[in-house]
Ligand binder design. Structure first.
Ligand code: SF4
Length: 336
């Protein structure tokens, strides 16, 4: 047992399966007895930041795919033909083939990823969630959305489905990105921090686990901003966090800004810079929070900056090596 393992065991009694942070894989192995793989889905929904309700341009970093460029299309609200279960089966088969050779479990997480997945007519939402929950190989569903898109009828639906499918889980993923209002305004997030708190509170009342998406390297933010965001999450009842670096993509407003003035657009010029920030954030986070992501997937055809981030395996391997070298681990500097 090395020094790092001893330190980790001082901070948590949960098995992290050899990683210096509590990864989603470790959580799934501990909770469901196996690694679960995520199948990203595009249910043909929209977003109030894109359909004109709050704005038409979307968040400045969001691609035309609604931050779900790899998500498999399964249904659209105006489509009357086709069987959604068959499309889900097909999406899972394709994912399984893509994963062949990798160590995964037998079940998957149906991840409603693209756009805002609670923003639509409740009967349609019920249809897509129910179709996924009914599949024997689905361990549960994870729904990516915004905190201002959790009205009472949607919450009632989630709570009802939770009771109807007691052996499946329902998670909600909320995009927060930053706690700082000037940055939130700059990226056109379209809701305030109190709105996030209110959404979180509704989900807590419904006993729905929450995963919060955070972006590292937003324009105008330095390490102190990002650590303040981590400290904030530590005080909240969140079960998981996704950390990802800012990708600057073609076809986005941020991409246009970057082409004019690259220096003011944030992100990280080198993997070393990103790893320093990422490790500092992991060290600050509460050890019990499950880390769902430490880097991001951007389509290579759309990625403008930083190009080094396209090699996800390299980023992950470098992170683990660097944390080991530094004797670093999640929660090392957790103040709570
Ligand atoms: S809330 Fe999500 S889907 Fe909507 S514009 Fe922002 S990143 Fe894109």
């Amino acid at each position: 047992m090395n020094k790092n393992t001893i330190q980790i065991q001082r901070t948590t009694s949960v098995n992290w399966h050899g990683k210096p942070y509590y990864s989603l894989d470790a959580y799934c192995k501990n909770t469901y007895g196996e690694k679960l793989y995520k199948v990203a889905l595009n249910a043909g929904l929209s977003c109030p930041n894109r359909d004109g309700t709050l704005g038409k341009g979307g968040c400045i970093f969001c691609s035309a795919g609604g931050s779900g460029d790899f998500a498999a299309p399964i249904e659209s609200m105006d489509s009357s033909s086709g069987n959604i279960s068959e499309r889900l089966e097909e999406a899972f088969r394709i994912s399984q083939n893509a994963l062949s050779g990798k160590k995964t479990g037998s079940r998957f997480i149906a991840y409603f990823q693209a756009y805002t997945n609670t923003y639509g007519p409740v009967p349609y939402l019920e249809k897509i969630y129910r179709a996924a929950l009914s599949m024997p190989s689905a361990a549960g569903i994870s729904i990516a959305t915004r905190p201002d898109c959790l009205p009472r009828p949607v919450m009632e639906l989630l709570i009802r489905l939770k009771k109807e499918y007691p052996d499946k889980f329902i998670w909600v993923e909320l995009g927060l990105q930053t706690i700082h209002q000037p940055t939130a305004s700059l990226i056109r997030r379209g809701y305030s921090l109190p709105c996030f708190d209110e959404g979180l509170c509704r989900l807590e009342q419904g006993d729905i686990p929450v995963i919060v998406h955070m972006i590292l390297g937003l324009p105008g933010e330095d390490l102190s901003h990002m650590l303040a965001s981590m400290d904030y999450l530590n005080t909240k009842n969140v079960q998981g966090v996704k950390l990802q670096l800012l990708h600057i993509l073609k076809g986005t407003d941020l991409g246009t800004m970057w082409k004019k003035t690259p220096s003011g657009c944030g992100s990280f010029a080198s993997p070393e810079e990103y790893l320093d920030t990422l490790i500092a954030c992991l060290e600050r986070l509460r050890p019990g929070i499950v880390i769902h992501r430490v880097t991001g997937d951007a389509p290579k055809s759309l990625l403008l900056f930083p190009l080094w981030s396209a090699d996800k395996r390299f980023v992950l391997n470098s992170l683990h090596q660097e944390m080991k070298k530094r004797g670093s681990f999640q929660g090392k500097h957790f103040a709570g």
